[in-house]
Design a binder for this molecule. Structure first.
Ligand SMILES: [Zn+2]
Length: 102
C-alpha cells in the first residue's frame, strides 16, 4: 500500500518534472524572444539618444527628428548642413519638440 502510494507519487513527480521541463523550455524560448526584443529596443533607444545635433554658430544642441532632416523644433538642418554637427550632448534648445525629450 505504502509502496503503491510512493510509486504513484513518484510517477506524478516525474510527470510534474516533465511538465516543468516543458514549461521551462517554453519560458526559455519566450525569454530568448524577449531578449531579442529588448536588445532591439535597446539599440533603437541608443540610436535615438545619439540623435542630437549642435548648431555650431549658436552652440545650441537640438534633438534631431526621426527623418534626420529637421530638428525637433522644426529647423531644416539640410539648408545649412555646414552649421550643424552630430552631438551626443544634452539638448539645450528650449523650443518644444527639442526640450521635452530628455
Ligand atoms: Zn531645437
Amino acid at each position: 500500500m505504502l509502496l503503491g502510494i510512493s510509486s504513484t507519487y513518484g510517477f506524478m513527480n516525474m510527470a510534474a518534472e516533465m511538465g516543468l521541463a516543458i514549461l521551462a523550455g517554453s519560458i526559455g524560448l519566450a525569454f530568448a524572444n524577449i531578449d531579442k526584443i529588448t536588445k532591439f529596443k535597446g539599440a533603437g533607444f541608443e540610436a535615438e539618444m545619439c540623435k542630437t545635433v549642435i548648431h555650431k554658430p549658436t552652440g545650441i544642441v537640438h534633438k534631431l527628428a526621426k527623418d534626420g532632416k529637421t530638428t525637433g523644433c522644426g529647423v531644416n538642418v539640410q539648408t545649412h548642413p555646414e552649421a550643424w554637427a552630430a552631438s551626443t550632448e544634452k539638448v539645450t534648445c528650449n523650443h518644444s519638440g527639442c526640450k521635452n525629450d530628455t
